[in-house]
Design a binder for this molecule. Structure first.
Ligand SMILES: *Cc1c(COP(=O)(O)O)cnc(C)c1O
Length: 461
């Protein structure tokens, strides 16, 4: 066909839109997006003709199929599920904790309809959104009162704004933490209108340092869990109980930012030295905050527990309204906390705990299973022992023994394989160590093995 004839033979946008396959898509795709996909496909064809890259007009069916692919790609949300092959259980970039099945079901149950979010069904009038988790939080932690805000950064912001504003808050120099995303304890203090009174040195802080710094301006004593780093060697910090005793004696609230806030003793999984929330409550800390989506394994949230009168003050603070959580978060958090009323159930049902609990030999079996799934598709792979980080700025210095699968990139380079799997519609995120492409089995679901094998076979070709 001559170029001019071909250009004239390009179908009209409306003609393609009227064809059956695109009509079928029309109900599920926004009309402007579908029209744009058709326009782009026809424009691409026009360019191919002008460049002399084609000698015929594809048939209508092929054009429609190409438009469907385009429309589908354009409609993919940037926020979507991935396969986590990094072995990092709480990967902040990959959304931290995976919710339990029950928590997901609870979200679905309230998301699409009306709910009792702020409605007391017994009284037939307005209720409190805090009520859905407060009693459970008190039951599982032993605290007197509890509330929930958007995340732990928000929790610290609210606590310091409500209890520290206009005065000084005393903190050890060894605990002036920076969490990712520019959350820094000294900067937060400024934001909250309180002055940071640093005491002690980087490696050692004594009770007398806190004592000596108390003035009429002091509003609180703050302890921050150094979640994402560890100072080793010649170090000393003040035991919680002593800080609490000092606070009591001087009538000052003792606040603790626990960071991860585990409700179970992680010693059972071979993770040493991570404090539990219950220990802080038992030590008598007045106000404690921690994240919902770190070691707790729930939705993004900032949990605040402690003395009832302080919690009431926080609930009434104007910032509380700005930092409040929605019904989906509360639904997921309620189910997560409910599992903790039976710690064995929590370890079974909450994916974060279940992943940390998997023994090494099971990870090895999982790796062998993935190797077989890959081999079935003609992809060469082998198991390799590795070590996993917990992630989420938790337990930074401890690595868990683990097993990964190293996939042979075949005709690709290792970098090429990594990129090709990462760019799938459902991205597969692995890591490259010592020139090997690794998928770590701790964070993989067995139900994804076929998908991984199929995608690998396809990209390696
Ligand atoms: C992670 C962390 C935070 C921030 O918690 P988010 O829930 O991510 O906002 C604050 N303080 C400490 C000590 C942390 O470890």
């Amino acid at each position: 066909m001559e170029q001019q004839d071909m250009l004239r033979a390009i179908p009209k946008v409306d003609e393609l839109l009227g064809m059956e396959p695109l009509q079928a898509l029309a109900g599920q795709t926004p009309a402007p997006a579908l029209r744009e996909a058709v326009r782009e496909e026809l424009e691409a064809l026009r360019r191919r003709i002008l460049a002399g890259d084609t000698d015929h007009i594809p048939n209508r069916e092929d054009l429609c199929a190409a438009v469907c692919r385009r429309a589908r790609e354009a409609s993919l949300p940037s926020l979507r599920g991935v396969v986590n092959g990094t072995g990092v259980t709480l990967h902040t970039n990959l959304g931290r904790a995976c919710l339990s099945r029950r928590a997901v079901e609870a979200v679905v149950a309230v998301a699409g309809g009306y709910s009792t979010l702020e409605y007391d069904v017994d009284a037939g009038r307005r209720g409190s959104r805090h009520s859905h988790v407060e009693a459970l939080l008190c039951a599982v932690t032993g605290a007197e009162g509890a509330m929930v805000v958007n995340n732990n950064a928000a929790a610290v912001l609210l606590i310091l704004s409500a209890l520290g504003k206009g005065g000084e808050v005393i903190t050890s120099r060894g605990e002036l933490v920076e969490i990712g995303g520019s959350f820094r304890v000294p900067d937060i203090m400024v934001q909250c209108g309180c002055a940071l009174r640093e005491v002690g040195t980087t490696n050692k802080t004594h009770l007398s340092d806190y004592e000596g710094a108390i003035t009429p301006e002091t509003r609180a004593l703050l302890k921050v869990h150094t979640s994402n780093y560890k100072i080793m060697g010649f170090t000393e910090s003040v035991p919680l109980a002593e800080l609490v005793a000092l606070g009591r004696e001087r009538g000052l609230p003792v606040i603790e930012d626990l960071g991860s806030g585990s409700l179970v003793d992680l010693e059972q999984f071979g993770i040493h030295g991570e404090p539990t929330v219950q220990q802080s409550v038992q030590a008598g800390v007045d106000i404690i905050s921690f994240s919902g989506d770190k070691l707790l394994g729930g939705p993004q949230a900032g949990i605040i527990i402690g003395r009832k009168d302080y919690i009431e003050t926080l609930k009434k603070h104007p910032l509380a309204r700005a930092l409040r959580v929605d019904k989906m978060t509360l639904a997921a958090l309620r189910e997560t906390l409910y599992a903790y009323t039976d710690p064995a159930m929590a370890v079974r049902e909450i994916p974060t705990l279940a992943m940390l609990a998997v023994p090494e030999h099971v990870l090895r079996e999982k790796a062998e299973l993935l190797c077989r799934a890959l081999a079935d598709r003609g992809v060469t792979a082998r198991t390799v022992p590795t070590q996993d980080q917990v992630g989420g700025g938790s337990v930074p210095t401890q690595l868990l023994p683990a097993w990964a699968v190293a996939i042979d990139p075949g005709r690709l380079t290792v970098d090429g394989l990594e990129a090709a799997l990462r760019r799938r519609e459902r991205p597969i995120i692995g890591r490259i160590t010592h020139e090997q492409y690794l998928l770590d089995t701790r964070t993989l679901w067995e139900s994804d093995f076929d998908y991984i094998a199929e995608a690998s076979a396809e990209v390696i070709g």
